[in-house]
Design a protein around this ligand. Structure first.
Ligand code: 5CA
Length: 164
């Protein structure tokens, strides 16, 4: 028997069910707080981890959610071009306020205010992905198709290009 999910993980499970997808949140014994820890705890590659990163537009203070591969860094200049405004990182309070979750457990769906994300095109290279599910130990497995279906996100080139 598995333990019942914690309240935040349950919110994500319910959001998945509301989208009509058969995806299941699991809470692991080890930390999944960072992409590296999540990959270690799950036994997948860091590239298969979906990071849910919140940014904030400089002028109008709007939230911008980016779903990025665990191995990539987000290029704020590319984001600026996509969003049409200068972008900065969100702080922990803004993340909590907009998503209803704390950093380390922010999921791609189920936010307090609905957020339509930009999806890092590199995530489409994998058969299976794993995303955070509300707490620093909760995750769920999904395909790139699932990710696009449940978020209605826009696939885009958002990563920092590494020289060489
Ligand atoms: N559960 C894991 C993997 S699924 C996870 O949530 N990873 S994450 O990358 O999406 O979330 C951690 C991210 O939160 C970090 O990459 C970093 O961009 C951001 N972060 C960490 N600390 C802070 C902070 N103090 N303020 C704003 N953002 C932060």
């Amino acid at each position: 028997m598995s333990e019942p999910l914690s309240a935040s993980a349950r919110k994500v499970q319910q959001a998945l069910e509301a989208h009509g997808v058969a995806l299941r949140v699991v809470e692991l014994p080890d930390s999944t707080r960072s992409a590296a820890e999540a990959a270690q705890a799950i036994g997948c590659t860091v590239a298969q981890i979906v990071k849910s990163l919140l940014f904030k537009t400089k002028k109008t203070g709007r939230p911008v959610l980016v779903l990025a591969s665990g191995v990539n860094r987000v290029d704020e200049k590319k984001l600026r071009r996509l969003v049409g405004e200068k972008i900065g990182k969100a702080d922990a309070d803004f993340v909590r306020e907009q998503t209803g979750f704390a950093i380390g457990g922010v999921p791609p769906i189920g936010h307090k205010t609905p957020l339509t994300p930009l999806i890092d095109a590199d995530l489409l290279q994998h058969d299976q992905l794993w995303a955070a599910a509300g707490t620093p130990r909760a995750v769920f497995a999904l395909t790139p198709d699932d990710l696009q279906t449940i978020t209605a996100g826009q696939v885009a080139d958002v990563k920092q290009d590494v020289p060489g």
